[in-house]
Ligand binder design. Structure first.
Ligand SMILES: [Zn+2]
Length: 86
């Protein structure tokens, strides 16, 4: 995806940073499970999943990080917060 580097979208930047961290976490976990498999832990085929979730303290709803950004936040806060922002 091409993007003008002089005009960095802060939402896209947050997304890229967190997703890069998730990928790194998956690789580290994968390496460790790989090393332990068949010895300290019993596993055959597996997939490492990382999932950053934003839990809204106001309504208790959980949002997957990417969906949270796509949605522009939590619906319960949208009206009050976005009205303040103008
Ligand atoms: Zn909420």
């Amino acid at each position: 995806m091409e993007k003008d580097s002089s005009d960095t979208d802060p939402v896209q930047s947050a997304r890229d940073t967190v997703f890069a961290m998730e990928n790194r976490t998956e690789k580290v976990a994968d390496n460790h499970v790989d090393r332990l498999a068949g010895e300290a832990v019993a596993i055959d085929e597996y997939t490492v999943l990382t999932d950053v979730t934003i839990a809204c303290d106001s309504c208790g709803q959980h949002h997957e990080f990417g969906a949270f950004l796509d949605n522009g936040g939590c619906n319960c806060c949208k009206e009050s917060v976005l009205h303040k922002a103008g």
